[in-house]
Design a protein around this ligand. Structure first.
Ligand code: DX5
Ligand code: ZN
Length: 215
């Protein structure tokens, strides 16, 4: 079984309660929430008040992906709005080690996200401290983009780094995931698949989630 983290970014925002009911009844292992600030990425999505409301609608872990500058400023707010996993971009943190420790001290799982052009080797000195690494397989900011094939090489490199260091970090991949790219990603070492467009553009989102979970 592969873990699936459906991205709410592609959901129908006018009926989030119904979308959450669907996710609750699905095989999703967690729910991926994309926060964008219009500075780190060229788009703005939603923030803490929305996540705060969502937390009351599910028992599934909230996998919060912060596409914002200096996310270390918001660790306690992210915890207070119910996140189980806090994903911060390597590129957005000047003092990544401090931010990771703060996330863990607040009782959340710490995940570091890498943009497509950021090498896996940039994690060598932090990998043992991480619960998860989120590899971006598109440039962050928008749903529905095409999977960047080079991400498969990065997945294999990351798998090797994790094995070599004895890290317990799980590998999550985000962007352009469908049945075909999802299968390749799982073969290359991904533990968790994020999927937005593939899930919510499907006539049966629940079946789409089940199909990814079966990979
Ligand atoms: C992109 C976000 C993704 C996005 C994935 O910046 O981080 O989580 O929702 O969407 P798809 O699966 O449509 O590429
Ligand atoms: Zn994301």
């Amino acid at each position: 079984m592969t873990q699936v983290s459906p991205s709410l970014l592609s959901a129908n925002f006018s009926c989030l309660d119904r979308e959450m009911e669907m996710l609750n009844a699905s095989e999703a292992s967690m729910i991926h929430l994309d926060v964008m600030d219009g500075v780190f990425v060229p788009n703005i999505s939603f923030g803490f008040p929305v996540i705060n409301s969502l937390k009351n609608l599910t028992d599934k872990p909230l996998d919060v992906h912060l596409m914002i500058t200096d996310p270390g400023r918001y660790v306690t707010q992210v915890r207070d709005c119910g996140a189980s996993i806090m994903n911060v971009h390597q590129e957005a943190c000047l003092h990544l080690h401090r931010v990771v420790q703060h996330i863990k001290d607040c009782g959340m799982k710490a995940a570091v996200t890498l943009n497509p052009a950021t090498p896996v080797s940039s994690l060598v000195d932090i990998i043992s401290d991480l619960d998860m690494v989120l590899l971006m397989s598109v440039n962050p900011g928008f749903g529905g983009q095409k999977f960047i094939e080079h991400s498969l090489t990065k997945l294999r490199e990351l798998k090797t780094l994790i094995a070599a260091t004895g890290s317990h970090a799980l590998i999550e991949i985000d962007g352009g995931i469908n049945l075909e790219t999802g299968r390749k990603a799982v073969e290359a070492g991904a533990d968790i698949l994020v999927a937005g467009n593939y899930v919510f553009a499907n006539p049966s989102p629940k079946d789409a989630i089940a199909a990814l979970a079966a990979l």
